[in-house]
Design a protein around this ligand. Structure first.
Ligand code: SAM
Length: 259
């Protein structure tokens, strides 16, 4: 292991097991044709695997103290960028790639949700995300209607693509050992799934629908729409239900009626 002061504030829990690292890259379906975006290079363990499987890798790392370690790896198809990937303009990120690209990352847990949303809402050429997330978050990502974990995250991801859990990763695989278990989730993005719907408005609509989980759709959506309009455009049975009782196709239908 490298000499490094692990920084909790950056969510630094590194992987070292080569079999696991290669398995994550294969979970992402990476081939020599692929350009890959990595977020959070750390000491470069996953980057090294990615560089063997991919055509090109662009890897962001926020912690400049890791610059010497990463540069000394001399990976010739990898470009390191020492910056905050969350704050980076999406056009700048996508400008590094010639076509579609895959995102593969062992993410710090505190940026999981904002990062997923950033790429879902803003990216235009991403084909898939294969990311390490906390096990509970993985369960929320893949949950279907009727499941206790079903919510905003499940719906917004189902709006853009198809998620699946590729593998579970126990906490002991990380150094230092975190206090949660993890899982690798892959989300295949389907650009043509719901064309013509404004992404930001749909996201606002779903957040309002779930604002108070126990309240009816009528109550929650009345923050966004006039009650009269809701009663005019949606039937009573729909308005009496709670958000967790609708799947993505039903939500899209309701959204289209209101917009
Ligand atoms: N990929 C390495 C591995 O698998 O061993 C490191 C994973 S570690 C969980 C996450 C890494 O992301 C840390 O090195 C941390 O410094 C970096 N990081 C945290 N926030 C970041 C951000 N906003 N942009 C880029 N990198 C970030």
């Amino acid at each position: 292991m490298i000499e490094h002061n692990f920084k909790k504030k950056f969510g630094q829990n590194f992987l070292t097991d080569k079999n696991l690292l290669d398995a994550i890259v294969r979970d992402g379906g990476v081939t020599k044709e692929d350009e890959v975006l990595e977020i959070g290079a750390g000491a470069g363990a996953l980057t090294e695997s990615l560089s063997r499987y991919a055509k090109k890798v662009v890897s962001y790392e926020i912690d400049k103290d890791l610059e010497n370690t990463l540069k000394s790896l001399e990976l010739n198809n990898v470009e390191f960028i020492f910056d905050d990937a969350l704050k980076q303009d999406i056009n700048v990120i996508e400008g590094h790639f010639s076509g579609r690209y895959k995102l593969i990352a062992n993410l710090p847990y505190y940026i999981t949700t904002p990062l997923i949303f950033k790429f879902l809402e803003e990216a235009s050429r991403i084909s898939s995300m294969t990311i390490m997330v906390q096990k509970e978050v993985a369960e929320r990502i893949v949950a279907n209607k009727g499941n206790k974990d079903y919510g905003i995250l499940s719906i917004m991801i189902a709006f853009y693509g198809k998620p699946r859990i590729m593998r579970n990763v126990g906490r002991n695989m990380f150094r230092p050992v975190p206090n949660v278990d993890s899982a690798i989730v892959r989300i295949d993005i389907d650009e043509n799934k719901f064309v013509g719907i404004d992404r930001k408005s749909f996201s606002r609509f779903i957040k309002a629908a779930f604002a108070m989980r126990r309240k009816t759709l009528l109550n929650n959506l009345s923050q966004l729409y006039d009650k009269k309009i809701l009663q005019e455009k949606l039937n009573e049975e729909t308005l009496k239900k709670r958000a967790e009782q609708f799947d993505i196709n039903e939500f899209v239908e309701i959204f289209n009626r209101l917009n």
